[in-house]
Design a protein around this ligand. Structure first.
Ligand code: UT7
Length: 330
């Protein structure tokens, strides 16, 4: 089968206006701006307004990506929406976005892989383009994590924020850059490391699950931290191995989890920290949305321009535990 080379034709993002700073959190839980900055690098995060849903943020990010790509909504064949915080269990939030955008020819689904969701989604979307089954695919990462945050738990509520990012995948001859080269996905089952236990078939919603806080995100921070550092470095190394190695690597755009994790991975790899993009200080951890938000910011600030011809590695890890990357040539 002849594969069609795929590429990223456009980038979009949407950040809610409301800022929740470390100083705001000092008033809510027993924490300090100094502790949060030292342990995570985060200064503030964005929080969706009342009445603003994941589908709203996703629609705005997707619209921006379509404009950036010069692709009309009715040219989209497929919408893949990665999220851990859909509007509801079903129908898929992707279908709401399809309606809001007017993607009259598209079908779509939600993808559940938490922080790895966007990286998995791009791999799925790229295969449709490569196989010639789709001419244009929207891949969205979106979260309204504030809706499942326990604002009495200082170990989690300081980390997470809301936002959305999106890309449009097309054949590379139309994208004009950002050729999709490769992808990888994996899992290292550890179900309790990051979990929202309530509301599924294992623990259906009941008074008891609500009283027990089972509908909030729970996390073992240290366990996740160690896993992330280990996996991050291995994935970056693996991603470039067959594409010219570290000499060809222009930038790593990692899932924005914690600045210390990014620095530890850079040190392990022996690469300068400048080769790792980070905006975690502004938005905290936005799970599936963090990488496409980062890519849009890099695009807007012209940071990809000097990297033309080099490799960009997008790497993610999270609940599951799950991990993966995708690699493009800028
Ligand atoms: O996308 C995947 C999502 N997961 C993550 O991003 C989590 C990755 N993990 C982390 O980012 C870090 O593990 C945390 C930032 C969550 C925690 O940092 P840490 O350096 O691993 O701290 P720790 O859990 O070892 O806790 C150290 C101390 C503890 O006190 P004691 O036992 O030493 O007295 C905690 O109770 O810090 C305390 N602590 C806090 N203190 C002030 C925990 N949270 C806070 C807080 N403010 N918010």
């Amino acid at each position: 089968m002849n594969l069609v080379p795929a590429g990223i034709a456009g980038f979009g993002s949407c950040l809610p206006e409301r800022r929740l700073t470390n100083f705001d959190l000092e008033k809510i839980v027993d924490t300090t701006d100094e502790w949060i900055q030292q342990r995570t690098g985060i200064r503030e995060r964005r929080i969706a307004a009342d009445g603003e849903f994941s589908s709203d943020l996703a629609t705005r990010a997707a619209r921006m990506a379509l404009e950036d790509a010069g692709v009309a909504p009715d040219e989209i064949d497929l919408v893949v929406l990665a999220t851990a915080t859909p509007d509801q269990q079903f129908p898929a939030t992707a279908v709401q976005v399809i309606e809001s955008l007017g993607c009259t020819r598209a079908g779509g689904w939600d993808l559940s892989a938490a922080c790895s969701g966007f990286v998995f989604g791009v791999q799925a979307g790229a295969q449709y383009v490569r196989a010639g089954t789709a001419r244009a695919v929207l891949v969205i990462g979106v979260e309204t994590l504030s809706r499942i945050m326990d604002y009495t738990d200082r170990t989690t509520c300081i980390l997470f924020g809301d936002g959305a990012g999106a890309v449009v995948l097309t054949p590379h001859e139309r994208s004009g850059g950002f050729e999709y080269l490769d992808g990888f996905l994996g899992s290292a089952p550890d179900h309790d490391a990051i979990i929202r236990p309530g509301g599924g078939s294992r623990k259906p919603a009941s008074h008891a699950t609500v009283d027990n806080g089972d509908h909030f995100l729970k996390m073992d921070g240290r366990r996740t931290f160690k896993f992330a550092v280990r996996t991050f470095a291995d994935l970056v190394e693996r991603s470039v191995a067959e594409h010219g190695g570290f000499d060809q690597l222009g930038v790593v755009v990692p899932h924005q989890m914690n600045q210390r994790i990014i620095e530890a991975a850079a040190e392990r790899l022996g690469l300068p920290i400048e080769r790792f993009f980070s905006n975690v200080h502004k938005y905290g951890n936005t799970s599936a949305a963090s990488i496409p938000i980062a890519m849009r910011e890099m695009r807007e600030d012209g940071l990809f321009t000097p990297l033309a011809g080099k490799l960009a590695c997008m790497v993610a890890f999270g609940s599951g535990l799950s991990f993966g990357y995708f690699l493009v040539r800028v």
